[in-house]
Design a protein around this ligand. Sequence first.
Ligand code: ARG
Length: 261
Amino acid sequence: MCPPKHFTVEYAINPWMDTTVPVDAVLALKQWEILRDTLGDLGHQVHVLDAVAGLPDMVYAANGAFSVDGTVYGARFRHAERSAEADAHREFYATQGWSFAGPQHINEGEGDFAYLPAAYGGMVLAGYGFRTDPAAHAEAQEVLGRPVVSLRLVDPAFYHLDTALAALDDRNVTYYPGAFSAASQRVLAQLFPDAVHADRADAEAFGLNLVSDGRHVILNTEAMAMGDKLRAAGYLPVHVDLSELKRGGGSVKCAVAELRG
Ligand code: ARG
C-alpha cells in the first residue's frame, strides 16, 4: 500500500475524476489508515511504499505490478501522468528479492489482472478495452506460466478489471456482467457458474473493488447491498469508508497490491 500523502485529482483519466472538486487530504489519509489497520487486524502483513511527490495516483498501489507464485510482472502505465509509479514498485520488489519481469506492453498491474490459484489449476483473468493492451495478456502468460483469459471491458465507468470483477477466494469470483462484452460474459458464465453476480449499482458503489482473504471481504461502505449479497453467499463483509479515494476512481482493491509469494 502507499499512503495518499500527495493524493489530488489534478488530471482526469477516468470518468470518476472531477478536477473541479477538491479532495479532502486529511480525510483521505485517515480513511487509508483505517483500511491499512483493518488488513493488519485481520492478520495480514502490510508493506508501505513511500509516496512520491508529483504522483497523485500512487495511492492506487494495485496498478504497480502483478505477482503470481513469487514472480512479478511489472506495470507499464497507459498515461504519462502515472508512468513513473512503475519504477517505485519495481524498486520495492527488487529490494525484497522477488523475480521481476519488466513488461514490453502497456498493462496496469492488478488493476487489470486477477489470479485464482485453485480455478483450473491456477488461472489469470485479464481485462482490456481501456488501459491494458491485450498484447500484455500474452506477455503475462509467458512470464507467469499460467493460462490468461482475456476479458473485454466495454463501459468506461469500469475501466479496470478490478472495478468490475474480483476474486472472492481461491476459485470463485464476483462480477458485474454489464461491464463486459457479450462474448466475455459468456466466457465468465462458462468458467464460473457459481459466481456472485453484482448489478450496476453495486459496481458504481465500487462494491466489486474489494479485497478478500477467502472469508473476510473488505469493501467500500457505500456498497452495503453488495455486502448483503456476499453475506448471503457465505462471506463476511467488512466495510471501510473510502469516499475520498473514489474521487480518483478507486476504492479498496485499487489501494492494495497483493503479494503472492
Ligand atoms: N486515478 C487512477 C487512474 O485512473 C485510479 C486507479 C484505480 N486503480 C485501480 N486498480 N482500479 O489510473
